[in-house]
Design a protein around this ligand. Sequence first.
Ligand SMILES: *Cc1c(COP(=O)(O)O)cnc(C)c1O
Length: 365
Amino acid sequence: MLSRRPQATIDLTALEHNFTRVKQLAPNSKVLAVLKANAYGHGMLAVAQALKQADALGVARLDEALTLRAGGIAKPIVLLEGFFHPDELAQIVASNLQLVIHHREQAEALLAAALDAPVRVWLKIDTGMHRLGIYPDEFNELYQRLSQSCNVQGPLRLMSHFASSDELDKPATARQLALFQQITQGRAGEHSLANSGAVLNWPPSHADWVRPGLMLYGVSPMAEAVGCEHGLKPVMTLSSSVIAVREVKAGDAVGYGGSWIAAHNTRLAVVAMGYGDGYPRAAGNNADVLINGKRLPIVGRVSMDMITVDIGSEAVAVGDKVILWGNDLPVEQLARCVDTIPYELLCNITSRVQFNYLHTAGAVL
Ligand SMILES: *Cc1c(COP(=O)(O)O)cnc(C)c1O
């Protein structure tokens, strides 16, 4: 039996479904599945093990890549921000990791290093996001020198990252793509640009490798959409239990600061879920949960360990399951209610939450 602790149930069948959806949308591209930040809060190793068909995995930092290797993951792994210090290069070679090179200092350090074996390099060009990436006017020189270096394996891979691929009405993505094509024209090497927004919205950007993150987890990157509109299935269900049911009278103030006052006599369910579990505090007086299939409002502030839900005359009892997000309550909707993005909500789940992995429909392993 599942305990009454907060639970994150990770449906790996849904994950595989979403991967298949990526392949349908980008049939001619290889897939670099993005697993940074503990696979967007879903558990990096379990996700890596389930994504058997991914061509490569992407992480942000060396420690994340080493966790995957220590867990027995043998697939190509790309460090999306490259190395932070040249001291890391020996470990990168020893662990057979691939590198993004995104600025001149990094390129110079790689060129100057004495490596035991060459590394695979993805040269990242800034085409308009202005965060990471070499400047367009540095491309020819760095491409030449890196291509000729004995520290670099095979043809360079060429990449860029979109700032606004989730926004269909902006010209930025088409401009970035055009600049990328212009800069890289005639150069050998596979191309990669597309994050989830571009996989969904910008087929001309799919190129040799797509790099989906959020959509693999069944969630839409677009502000007004939810994953199922793109044929995706949410991978995470966040749930907990009712730990008390109580009556309140008209005029009673509930929770810290008494921020909600009952307008009439009603009943409250107290649920074991709070900001200490990663549930957003901004949801107080501002979002719904599902209890026994019914959408019911959170009233009063979210505290560290608990929320209070106005259940009126609904038949709710101690021990009943409460869904905070999942299939019938998209995390995208909660993100809109609390003025953030689903990426942040997923990443914020804390280690206090118990993770369960569903491998085939219904079976908890
Ligand atoms: C995080 C990241 C992605 C994935 O982005 P999503 O919007 O989650 O699909 C792709 N490429 C790079 C370089 C990233 O850092």
